[in-house]
Design a protein around this ligand. Structure first.
Ligand code: SF4
Length: 365
């Protein structure tokens, strides 16, 4: 049994710097709006937040997300402030005119260590999802510009019905670009994502097994809202094979694109869950267990974030794996634990079972 130990502080803090964004991606968590809200945290309030986080024995990675963080005119000052306070800073900008070689150089000089760029498909699929013609080439340019600037670039991909069979080709594209971190998001029915059809548990299982294979090419594979990949990791390392025809197709395409595997799996055995290593602060300062779990547990304008993280009864239940249903008794609950956001979205219970996991699908119960 692997006991996670993020009781004293989060590993990663997501801060939604603004909800404003130029793009209208169909799966947007934030359901982004066109202009900035007057209720956003001010520069000083944000700096106060950085100060709280910097006091932790192990300062967390601060991910400045949005909306498009580059819409804030104080963004470089904020990166510098957080970085100077001792927080490793990552930024998730939208591909827009504000993201260019000049802005990347300023971000790098201000202390940004990581940048994530979303690539959700090959050319036409990516543009369909982003809702803008020509954005595929701009995305590739942004990735190359980021690499040139010296910031570590991570590519994010959201898995959906309309793109999951393209995953091997997307992987080949990012591998050839020289990307070393690929973060794959499994959808939660929230924001604009709720308009899309989710994958079935069988399809998710095939994708997890594909990601295990893809993790054997020296690229670090991370997932969001897909904790059961750690069950798959355990099963695969014990020799279990996936027999799904969907997996077989994904695997065949991967080998066609990439050749035979060249490394051990880069998947981490120790993961995070919403509230267990992860915390999310929205643009108004409201604290949530994660960006896809809309249960407010405080506000950084009035509350000490670290105290809320440590003392919230919901977060303690998540960290103690006090779950209802199958996830509560599953032998993989310490490594996995199921997506708390998906359990809430489907059942209204953040401590219920994750309906995307094949162990919770009717054929297995
Ligand atoms: S049943 Fe729950 S804890 Fe077990 S592997 Fe599936 S999602 Fe994870």
């Amino acid at each position: 049994m692997l006991k996670l130990s993020y009781d004293n502080g989060p590993l990663i803090v997501f801060w939604e710097t603004t909800k404003a964004c130029e793009l209208k991606c169909i799966h947007c968590r934030a359901s982004a709006i066109e202009s900035r809200s007057p209720e956003e945290l001010t520069t000083e309030e944000a700096k106060n937040l950085f100060g709280q986080l910097a006091q932790l024995a192990r300062p967390p990675v601060l991910i400045m997300t949005g909306g498009n963080p580059l819409i804030r005119d104080d963004i470089y000052e904020l990166i510098k402030s957080a970085s100077s306070a001792g927080l490793p800073v990552a930024i998730s900008p939208a591909v827009s005119q504000k993201l260019n070689q000049d802005s990347l150089t300023i971000m790098k000089n201000a202390g940004a260590k990581f940048m994530s760029i979303s690539l959700d498909g090959l050319s036409s699929t990516h543009e369909k999802i982003r809702g803008i013609s020509g954005v595929y080439q701009e995305t590739i340019k942004a990735i190359n510009d980021g690499i040139k600037s010296g910031i570590t670039v991570q590519v994010n991909t959201a898995v959906m019905k309309i793109n999951y069979m393209e995953l091997p080709m997307i992987f080949k594209v990012i591998y050839d670009l020289g990307i070393k971190i690929w973060e794959v998001f499994f959808l939660i029915q929230t924001g604009r994502g709720s308009e899309l059809l989710d994958l079935t548990p069988e399809e998710y299982e095939a994708v997890c097994n594909f990601l295990y294979d893809a993790s054997q090419y020296n690229v670090q594979i991370r997932t969001v809202e897909c904790p059961f990949i750690r069950r798959v990791l355990k099963e695969r390392s014990e020799g279990k094979k996936c027999t799904s025809p969907i997996y077989r197709k994904l695997n065949e395409e991967l080998v066609k694109q990439m050749g035979e595997p060249i490394s051990q799996s880069t998947l981490g055995q120790r993961g995070t869950l919403d509230g267990d290593g992860i915390i999310f602060i929205d643009h108004k300062g409201t604290i949530y267990p994660g960006g896809f779990l809309p249960l407010p547990i405080g506000n950084v304008r009035n509350d000490d974030l670290v105290k809320v993280y440590r003392e919230s009864s919901l977060l303690k239940s998540i960290r103690n794996r006090s779950f209802n249903g199958n996830c509560g008794t599953c032998k993989y609950r310490w490594e996995c634990g199921g997506s708390r956001a998906r359990s809430f979205a489907y059942f209204g219970d953040p401590l219920g079972s994750d309906p995307a996991c094949i162990l919770n699908s009717p054929v297995h119960i």
